[in-house]
Design a binder for this molecule. Structure first.
Ligand code: OOG
Ligand code: NI
Length: 329
């Protein structure tokens, strides 16, 4: 460095750090999402080309194992630190899952921006209620050995130790906080819970991002038109309970693609394809009290907020074997 020349390195301010961390966590540049999930990347590009630069994220979603600090809290921590607030819990007894969602009180500060420069997305984090799997076991027919599901999960979590402290780091880097799983463990888990098997190989990876269709400008701002457009371009949508998932109040409309797959090198030398992430679409209609509001005055809080157990239950299936192997007719 020449004398008198200023170093270009300096301390980050807290404000700069926050904005940088947000951008890394919240989308556009996430390497894991775009390297591993060509469908998500292609759809974002397709929609941008067709509708212009109007993509805003409704929410981001993560999965976790609800055991020894590795559950929802491990991923929620950073968002709470940044001022996100927690909302009500959702329960999925048949799947042995619980979920929490979070939103930021100043989510709309950047109401006119898009992508990571736009409104702050809601965050949806779920966890497998691992303790409820204690009586679930699988018998290996060849050796007649009995394996308890919970033991398999415990083994990885034990080896991870306090790996949950690095949940967000692992998520953005696209790596696991536990040892590479074996194919036999993956298979055993997937027979009992596809969610458990997904989480074993994907860890804290971003499960999906959701495009707010109501913030788009062309005819695809209505989710029916959006779905038709996506299907006409050759993408397969999750058909569980019908392509369009509608909340009982009729105001939250959701659909999603079927997850991409990636070839995974298991610890026991097997290489098999496993599901990774998908992309979701949501249209939030105006709350009844605002239904005659002129379009230019409408803000996000005039619309249906939150999530819906009935919709979510079907969207979870976007990574299921049934959906992945389904032929589109
Ligand atoms: C989450 C499924 C639920 C929603 O918006 O209701 C969901 C998952 O697949 O982990 O995304
Ligand atoms: Ni979602």
């Amino acid at each position: 460095m020449e004398e008198g020349e200023q170093s270009q390195y300096r301390e980050f301010t807290w404000r700069e750090y926050k904005s940088c961390a947000y951008k890394t966590l919240l989308g556009d540049n996430r390497l894991d999402l775009f390297h591993k999930n060509p469908t998500a990347k292609a759809i974002l590009e397709l929609v941008r080309k067709y509708d212009g630069d109007h993509i805003c994220y409704d929410h981001l979603a993560f999965r976790s194992f609800g055991i020894d600090g590795h559950g929802i809290d491990s991923m929620a921590k950073i968002f709470l630190h940044f001022g996100y607030k927690q909302h009500e819990e959702l329960r999925f007894p048949a799947k042995k899952l619980k979920a929490l969602w979070f939103s930021h009180p100043d989510a709309e500060t950047n109401a006119n921006g898009t992508g990571v420069h736009g409104p702050l997305p809601r965050i949806f984090i779920s966890e497998l209620l691992v303790d409820q799997m204690s009586d679930q076991c699988q018998v290996d027919i060849s050796s007649e050995d009995t394996t308890f599901m919970i033991e398999i999960i415990r083994k990885y979590i034990k080896a991870s130790a306090n790996g949950y402290e690095y949940a967000t780091l692992a998520s953005t880097l696209g790596c696991l906080t536990w040892e590479t799983p074996s194919y036999s463990d993956y298979q055993l888990l997937s027979r009992e819970s596809e969610y458990a098997a997904w989480t074993l190989v994907n860890g804290y990876a971003l499960n999906h991002v959701t495009i707010s269709t109501h913030r788009l400008q062309s005819h695809v701002k209505k989710i029916d038109g959006f779905n038709k457009y996506i299907e006409a371009n050759g993408f397969k949508l999750n058909s569980e309970g019908g392509i369009l998932k509608v909340s009982p109040d009729g105001l939250l409309l959701q659909s999603s693609t079927v997850a991409d797959t990636i070839s995974f090198n298991f610890a026991d030398g097997v290489t098999e394809s496993v599901p990774c992430s998908y992309i979701e679409f949501a249209e939030r209609l105006l709350l009844p009290e605002y239904k005659n509001m002129p379009e230019e005055e409408v803000r996000e809080f005039h619309r249906r907020d939150g999530f819906e157990v009935g919709n979510a239950d079907k969207i979870f299936e976007s990574t299921s074997r049934d959906q992945l192997t389904r032929k589109v007719t």
